[in-house]
Write a protein that binds this ligand. Structure first.
Ligand code: ADP
Ligand code: MG
Length: 241
């Protein structure tokens, strides 16, 4: 078994609302192997977004440990977390979060820009990623000229461009019609088949069932951690697709 790509150890997250403490996560432990495809499910308010925020280094656990790759990221300051997000993680949001003034290829380049990647290399790499998601013919279009499904594919290309350890997606098909939603999920399947590690939050069981493993949360705890297929061992991702 390879070393885990990430590990949560008894993670708690509390929010203070005036004098009230909301316990959004109450001792979540999770180990993910490279190349796993995990979906996180559960009723509204059970802590899915909080968990994804911790996993995505958008927020720190109140207690417990988070190991990402070979690094303990549980207690890093905001700047260090921001660097981790920019270099080691890829994000896909329900609302795409593209920059409307930028073209497709420029949107895909954004993470490389923040990494200080040389312009030419960054353009080449962004073009490759656009082609990878089937948008090689839309490089100079702006988001408003694209369908929702195409915009989400731009967001996926942007999430891939820095060759992240893990791709985190929060309700990635939530704003899409069923055909575009399926295309996005098919793309996730392809990335998974190439050895990418994926974590997807959804309230939709048909979406969750595309993953190898389903983590069900209830009241801030893991209610069930169900592996539907064994973790991959033979097709570990080693470099960019
Ligand atoms: P889900 O995504 O599963 O709907 P959340 O992670 O958003 O659940 O929320 C879990 C619990 O934490 C809820 O009770 C929610 O009200 C609370 N919560 C989430 N974010 C905050 C916050 N920033 N401040 C206070 N309470 C929060
Ligand atoms: Mg949520």
């Amino acid at each position: 078994m390879p070393a885990p790509i990430l590990e949560l150890q008894d993670v708690h997250k509390h929010y203070h609302m005036g004098s009230v403490v909301v316990e959004a996560l109450r001792g979540v432990s999770l180990t993910l192997q490279p190349g796993e495809y995990l979906s996180i499910m559960g009723p509204s308010g059970c802590g899915k977004s909080t968990l994804l925020n911790v996993l995505g280094c958008l927020d720190r656990p109140t207690a417990g440990r988070y190991l990402l790759g070979d690094q303990d990221v549980s207690r890093l300051d905001d700047d260090a977390l921001s660097t981790i997000r920019g270099t080691r993680l890829g994000f896909v949001f329900q609302s795409y979060n593209l920059i409307p003034q930028l073209t497709v290829v420029e949107n895909i380049e954004v993470p490389l820009f923040y990494q200080g990647c040389p312009e030419e290399l960054s353009r080449t790499r962004a073009r490759q990623m656009a082609e990878r998601v089937g948008l090689g013919h839309r490089l100079d279009h702006r988001p408003y000229e694209l369908s929702g499904g195409q915009q989400q594919r731009v967001a996926i290309a942007r999430a891939l461009v820095n060759d992240p350890l893990v791709i985190l997606a929060d309700e990635p098909t939530g704003n899409l019609d069923s055909v575009s939603g399926r295309e996005v999920l098919d793309l996730f399947d392809e990335l998974h088949a190439q050895g990418r590690t994926l974590i997807l939050v959804t309230h939709d069981p048909t979406v969750a069932e595309r993953a190898d493993r389903i983590l069900r949360l209830r009241d801030g705890r893991v209610e069930k951690d169900e592996r539907r297929r064994p973790p991959p061992s033979t097709h570990i991702h080693t470099s960019a697709p």
